[in-house]
Design a protein around this ligand. Structure first.
Ligand SMILES: NC(=O)c1ccc[n+]([C@@H]2O[C@H](COP(=O)([O-])OP(=O)(O)OC[C@H]3O[C@@H](n4cnc5c(N)ncnc54)[C@H](O)[C@@H]3O)[C@@H](O)[C@H]2O)c1
Length: 270
């Protein structure tokens, strides 16, 4: 059921790779809720072609951009403002990638060039998006910028490797840039810390199935799905959350507040 929560709002959605992507679900819901937006992803990800299908469905133009390139980001904002007919009201940064995780490097054997790549793609790109937008004055007053995080920023999950550092930096950028944006334009900046979710980025982490099931049993409501994450994103883009900023918002079915659950006790006493 749609509520027209984003009627008249213009956005940019980063990171829809395929129909499992969290960004894909956000795009579908944003469309249902009356928003117009552009879709963007790294040029290399476009080769899969699935994003064209989403573009058609949502009547959204697709603009390739490597989120680590300031030049690409400038073009993206210019073209989006032009296509959508005005400044941007919401931005979803739904980007994560670690070459060390991809290539299964152990935490004691990290390749530091790849570590820097992890940080650039998964965290600094969030800063770059906002720095470019701020310099271009591309986001409207009371706009909303969101990044997606994971609880490995606060707690150790061994196989999450250098992505844990990237998420800690991402959340910190949300606070620092959130302050600037609030002061200059009343724009809010937050991260949503999402449950493990079956997507390309998620399932790329070794042992993902195990910690997906563990998190499910450790969360009184169970793991939050990509669809419910998208609903939360829509709420954060809507006018009902104007005073929420500089937060890392837990969207995890209660995982982060649970010490142990009956499901885990049952599992361990089998
Ligand atoms: N899946 C999970 O378990 C989970 C849990 C918590 C948070 N998250 C976060 O959610 C976000 C979205 O991931 P997802 O799970 O939907 O997976 P996904 O693989 O569908 O999305 C990741 C996206 O990042 C894009 N990307 C990578 N490098 C890029 C670059 N240089 N420029 C632009 N885009 C680039 C990819 O093309 C892809 O579309 C990520 O930040 C991820 O860390 C995921």
């Amino acid at each position: 059921m749609a509520y027209n929560l984003l009627k008249g709002k213009r956005g940019i959605i980063f990171g829809a790779l395929d129909e499992n992507s969290i960004a894909w679900k956000v795009a579908e819901k944003a469309h249902e809720e009356g928003a117009t937006f552009t879709l963007t992803n790294a040029p290399i990800a476009m080769r899969m072609g699935a994003i064209n299908e989403l573009g058609k469905k949502c009547n959204a133009e697709i603009i390739p951009a490597d989120a680590t390139s300031l030049e690409d980001l400038e073009k993206l904002f210019t073209q989006s403002i032009d296509t959508l007919g005005g400044k941007i009201d919401f931005v979803l940064h739904s980007i994560g990638m670690s070459p060390n995780v991809r290539k299964k490097k152990g935490y004691g054997d990290l390749n530091y060039d790849w570590f820097l790549k992890t940080l650039d793609v998964s965290a600094l790109s969030f800063h770059k998006v906002m720095q470019v937008a701020e310099k271009m004055d591309a986001i409207s007053e009371w706009g909303s910028v969101l990044g997606l995080s994971y609880i490995a920023a606060q707690r150790t999950f061994p196989d999450y490797s250098d992505m844990a550092q990237a998420k800690a930096v991402l959340e910190s950028i949300a606070r620092s840039y959130g302050y600037r944006m609030a002061k200059s334009k009343k724009i809010r900046v937050n991260t949503i810390s999402q449950s493990p979710t079956m997507t390309t980025a998620g399932t790329g982490v070794p042992g993902f199935d195990v910690f997906f099931n563990y998190a499910d049993k450790m969360s009184p409501l169970g793991n939050a799905s990509a669809e419910s994450c998208a609903e939360y994103c829509i709420m954060m883009f809507s006018d009902f959350t104007r005073m929420v900023t500089m937060q890392n918002l837990m969207h995890d079915g209660g995982f982060s507040s649970s010490g142990i659950t009956e499901d885990i006790i049952e599992e361990l006493t089998k």
